[in-house]
Ligand binder design. Structure first.
Ligand code: HAM
Length: 433
């Protein structure tokens, strides 16, 4: 038997109804904040991620699905392509390619699959889904303002609340400008030198390539050492400090609660200044429901003009996990409003005609799907099938009904049955108790 590839999975009904519910709610919130959808390809030139996300990150150094794309012709030079591990680099590429700075501040969102070859576990998949947004534009359009950071974070708080997710925590930090971070990295390197030999293998490697990532170490034995390392807060320039203070001030003013966490570093190299994660208690080890931050230098790193930006991505798989309790009630919305049962040979066509008429009644199908049976079912089996589907009504289509133009509609719960003229069917079904 051929199975789904390790780390990938099928999403089946009724769970897919929860995913659709999330997508719809999220789009409503994005609309309220004037974000518009962007769709970028799911694969890009490998170089985009190497330069955008960073060669030294776990994502680029070991988790990407990369292949050499070459045609059959000898002359066709191969190009290294990669399934996107995240969407920010793609959005910024599109910003540069289509000169989106002409539009001032761009407020863009996306929903779609991303790919990382991580070790699969609860809440971690190799194909997973992100709901993300980016605010990017020239500084003259206000893209650098702390007002934008606060607006984005407030939108996220609203979004999670609107979805009915309670008990989230916003963890907030500033990782400074590239200048601040260079000084911090230097200090980390120095502080790590005498102690790093006692740390885990990953930390020993990071101490050389990217000392900031040592702060992200999850190995319990390393924690006492990590605790004593210098903190980014000591290295923030006055400008970085003022920007961060302004963000915190607005959040406090509008009542969005947050926790300062000066150990929060993100796993992608493009971040500058504001960095954040929303965590959720029920998720276990993979407790980050979303993450994001500023990436003021990313456009330039990709060969574009200066274009400060800030964004986030929600892990939709994790979001849905923390919503599971609601799954049943959302799925319940999808029981058929009416089951059409053809009775007797030659009645399939007549029933199909009626189903077609009813399915075109927008108000009726808003109340629930119209399900169509089969003339090969005996009446008893039609009732059983309608019952199993949880249909509210059954509508019998026999030869007499077709001739007279009057159909019997029966409430499957109460047993109550009435006769309705063809033209009134949709209206009457909606009115029935
Ligand atoms: P990230 O922190 O790498 O950031 O991913 C964002 C979220 O995607 C995570 O918090 C998590 O919920 C989810 N996620 C990541 N990897 C997996 C996985 N293997 N399985 C399931 N869920 C996963 C970014 O991707 C940035 N592009 C976010 C951003 C946008 N920053 C600025 N703009």
């Amino acid at each position: 038997m051929i199975k789904a590839v390790r780390g990938t999975r099928d999403l089946l009904p009724p769970e897919t109804a929860v995913w659709n519910f999330v997508d719809e709610k999220v789009r409503e919130v994005f609309r309220a904040y004037n974000f518009q959808e962007i769709r970028t390809p799911i694969f890009e030139a490998t170089e985009l991620f190497a330069r955008g996300v960073g060669e030294e990150t776990d994502i680029v150094s070991k988790e990407m699905y990369t292949w050499e794309d070459r045609g059959r012709a000898e002359s066709d030079r191969g190009l290294s392509l990669t399934l996107r591990p995240e969407n920010t680099a793609g959005v910024v590429r599109a910003y540069i390619e289509h000169k989106l700075w002409d539009r001032g501040l761009n407020k863009l969102y996306y929903i779609g699959p991303q790919f990382r070859r991580e070790r699969p576990q609860k809440g971690r998949y190799r194909q997973f889904y992100q709901i993300g947004a980016e605010m990017i534009g020239p500084a003259t359009a206000g893209s650098e303002s702390p007002a934008r950071d606060a607006e984005l974070l407030e939108m996220l708080a609203t979004l999670l609340n609107r979805l009915g997710i309670t008990g989230w925590t916003l963890e907030l930090n500033s990782i400074g400008s590239p200048g601040d971070r260079a000084a911090f990295n230097e200090a980390l390197r120095k502080a790590l030198q005498p102690v790093v030999a006692n740390m885990c293998g990953d930390c020993q490697r990071r101490a050389v390539t990217n000392p900031l990532r040592v702060l992200d170490c999850k190995v319990p034995e390393d924690q006492p050492i990590v605790e004593k390392l210098p903190r980014i807060t000591q290295f923030l320039s006055e400008a970085s400090r003022a920007h961060f203070d302004a963000v915190c001030e607005i959040l406090t003013k509008i009542g969005v609660t947050f926790t300062l966490n000066d150990r929060l570093v993100r796993g992608l190299d493009y971040y500058t200044r504001t960095a954040f994660e929303f965590t959720h208690g029920t998720l276990g080890a993979q407790n980050a429901i979303l993450g994001g931050g500023r990436y003021d230098g990313l456009s330039e790193a990709l060969g574009g003009p200066a274009a400060p930006g800030i964004g986030f991505a929600i892990g939709e798989d994790r979001l849905v996990m923390s919503l599971q309790a609601e799954a049943a009630s959302k799925a319940a919305a999808l029981v058929p409003i009416v089951y059409i049962a053809p009775v007797g040979t030659g009645m399939n066509g007549e029933a199909a005609k009626l189903a077609r008429e009813l399915r075109q009644q927008e108000r009726l199908v808003a109340a629930g799907p119209v399900e169509l049976g089969d003339e090969n079912f005996r009446l008893k089996k039609s009732f059983e099938t309608a019952d199993k589907l949880g249909a509210r009504y059954i509508l019998i289509v026999g030869e007499n009904e077709a001739k007279s133009g009057s159909f019997s509609v029966k409430n499957l719960k109460s047993g109550q049955q009435i006769s309705v003229a063809r033209a009134d069917l949709a209206q009457k079904i909606l009115e029935l108790p």
